[in-house]
Design a protein around this ligand. Structure first.
Ligand code: M6R
Length: 618
């Protein structure tokens, strides 16, 4: 949430900051702003609304200068107004600050500042309090070296903060200099030639440099044009490795697609292939997952698995529970990361915990990972972002290799997570009772997926026509059984997120326990009913909806279409696959249905209302 970008160099800062903000806009888009220093004058432009509004403002009132900071906001404290947009300033008006995170004790800090007479605030934000605190301390510190003084003021202020932050700070009297710091919110330093950058996400700066230093919690970085110095909050100087960013600016372009979400849906044949690339052993009919950092003996000793995550990643975990229990017969539980981190779940020492997260930065998932490690459990990550905090702090894991996902609604990362969970089930299963025949059947099914996904994607126009037909409905219900129950939840989540329609997902059989009361002619039900072992049970539920005049969209395979003809209003036919890989196919028509309906309703698909891509606050 919130995007941060900072620049110190020889070029004009304004276009670089605006470009970075455009690339970060998916992280939050309530309001935006920049502060740029020209000589000893600090200029700021900020406004509620999208980056486009900020760009317009800056074209009307340009800012010049070769160092500055920019921010795109996802509101936590304070309404979406021009005043609450970042940057915020200290009482002197010389120190500008941008912030991603939440200062939990901002009221106590504000009260403390008031005692010093520092009580004039122009916004309702927690961030402005931090700017004032830094300024207040800066004024009290001695020393001729103003750079060291600013760094020390930042350190001293942050020592008083309870909460999370990724920040960038500059002072109009200290040329070509900025300070960054992080705790709980990501911050990366981009290392250029005679220019350096700060960003909350490397995507913001990858067009300028692919050399990056991923900062750790409690790091403070002093950034100049030609050098940088990283130290701890306590002031100890630290050494950090400069790494190469594994993607380029080209990879985060929309290409010919109207939306990132559609582009990412259509990337799935490739991303599913990449998730299993080099990880299948045909000889041993198993999976090879070296990144788990576990010996075969350790894997054999796993007595229980806990899968945790949020949102779409949680739905992947729910499919994972069916997979690992069916393939490996290892008891598996799914925990909402936000709940798991705060409760005392009884666990045995042989429990293996997986934190699943596309971004690898989700605050609750990271909190769950840390809590689990604190209690001594081996905790692994399933992440897309290889440089993320979850990837770095876990004991090992499996990368998705799905490439950057920009659309706020997760799509390709979900199917990659499902592939990886299938591989984990296969690996654990083959060390237990899963036969070679079963193992090779699963491998065959996995290898066939990219082509089958291509087939499903060809249904896009057909699904678009269905979406048009239902454009004036009041909501959508989703039903599925077994492996496809979590897909009903995921279908409903996609629908809610981008169409803003009321949508719910349920196990099909729950229908008669209450949900059936909702059924009516203007509320379609989507049934995920492939021709599998529970198909006939799904048909019973479909008939129950039909009898009450509820429109039915059925997603089926094999002989399912023949049987549902005359019962379902619309039928979407997908290839017939073994039940354990079925969710990787069934979710795709639901992604397309939500997408086309959202477009039909004129929604902002890639930046849906109130949401942000990476949820780094609790
Ligand atoms: O980056 P993560 O996978 O940890 O994100 C978790 C959720 O915030 C995310 O899946 C969210 O629910 C998406 N907007 C779903 O489309």
């Amino acid at each position: 949430m919130c995007g941060i970008v900072g620049y110190v160099g020889r070029s004009e800062a304004a276009p670089i900051l605006l470009d970075g903000l455009r690339r970060l806009e998916y992280r939050g888009y309530d309001s935006a702003g920049v502060a740029i220093v020209d000589g000893d004058h600090i200029g700021t432009r900020k406004c509620a609304g999208r980056i486009a509004s900020l760009a317009k403002l800056m074209s009307e009132k340009p800012l010049s200068g070769s160092y500055g900071i920019g921010h795109t906001r996802w509101a936590t404290h304070g309404k979406v107004t021009d005043e609450n947009a970042h940057p915020h300033f200290d009482a002197s008006g010389k120190i500008a600050l941008i912030h991603n995170g939440v200062i939990e004790n901002y009221q106590a800090l504000k009260d403390q500042l008031a005692v010093d007479g520092d009580d004039q605030f122009t916004s309702e934000t927690d961030t402005e309090v931090l700017a004032h605190l830094i300024g207040n301390i800066y004024r009290q510190l001695d020393g001729k070296d103003s750079k060291a003084r600013l760094v020390n003021a930042v350190r001293a202020a942050l020592k008083q903060v309870i909460g999370t932050y990724g920040i960038a700070v500059l002072h109009s009297d200290i040329p070509d200099f900025m300070v960054g710091a992080r705790r709980g919110s990501p911050l990366v330093l981009g290392v250029g030639k005679d220019e350096n950058f700060l960003a909350s996400d490397v995507g913001a700066i990858v067009a300028y440099t692919r050399d990056a230093v991923y900062l750790n919690d409690f790091d403070v970085v002093a950034v100049e044009r030609d050098k940088f110095e990283i130290s701890s909050l306590a002031g100890e100087i630290g050494d950090r490795q400069v790494s190469k960013v594994e993607f380029t600016a080209e990879d985060i372009k929309k290409g010919d697609y109207p939306h990132y979400m559609l582009k990412e849906i259509f990337e799935q044949p490739a991303t599913v292939r990449d998730a299993m690339r080099g990880r299948l052993s045909l000889e041993e009919c198993t999976a090879k997952l070296g990144g788990l950092n576990m010996t075969p003996a350790q894997l054999r000793e796993v007595g229980r698995v806990v899968l945790t995550g949020c949102g779409t990643a949680l739905h992947a975990a729910m499919v994972g529970e069916y997979l690992i229990e069916q393939l490996a017969n290892v008891p598996t539980e799914v925990e909402y990361a936000s709940e798991f981190r705060h409760r005392n779940t009884p666990m045995t020492p042989d429990t293996l915990v997986f934190a699943i997260s596309q971004s690898g930065e989700t605050a609750d998932t990271l909190g769950a990972l840390r809590e689990s490690r604190r209690k001594g459990y081996r905790t692994l990550g399933i992440c897309n972002n290889v440089a993320s905090t979850i990837a770095r702090e876990s004991d090992g894991g499996v990368y998705m290799h799905a490439g950057p996902e920009i659309g706020v609604a997760a799509t390709k990362s979900f199917t990659s997570q499902l592939v990886i969970l299938t591989l984990i089930g296969l690996l654990l299963g083959r060390m237990r009772s899963l036969s070679t025949a079963e193992g090779s059947r699963i491998i065959e099914a996995l290898e066939a997926l990219p082509k089958q996904i291509e087939e499903v994607l060809k249904l896009s126009d057909e699904i678009k026509a269905i979406a048009k037909k239902y454009a004036d409905v009041n909501g959508v219900l989703f039903f599925g059984r077994q492996f496809n129950f979590p897909i009903a939840l995921e279908g409903a989540l996609k629908m809610k997120e981008i169409t803003y329609l009321f949508a719910e997902g349920h196990p099909s059989a729950e229908l008669k326990h209450g949900i059936i009361a909702l059924v009516r002619p203007d509320l379609p039900s989507v049934f995920i009913a492939p021709d599998d072992g529970v198909f006939s049970k799904n048909v019973n539920n479909i008939e129950q909806v039909k009898a009450r005049k509820g429109p039915i969209i059925a997603l089926t395979s094999g002989n399912g279409a023949k049987k549902l003809k005359g019962i379902a209003n619309d039928i979407i036919e997908i290839p017939d696959v073994p039940d354990c890989v079925s969710p990787i196919l069934t979710v795709i028509p639901l992604q397309l249905l939500a997408y086309h309906l959202a477009v039909e309703l004129g929604r902002d698909v890639d930046k849906p209302r109130n949401l942000a891509k990476s949820v780094t606050v609790e």
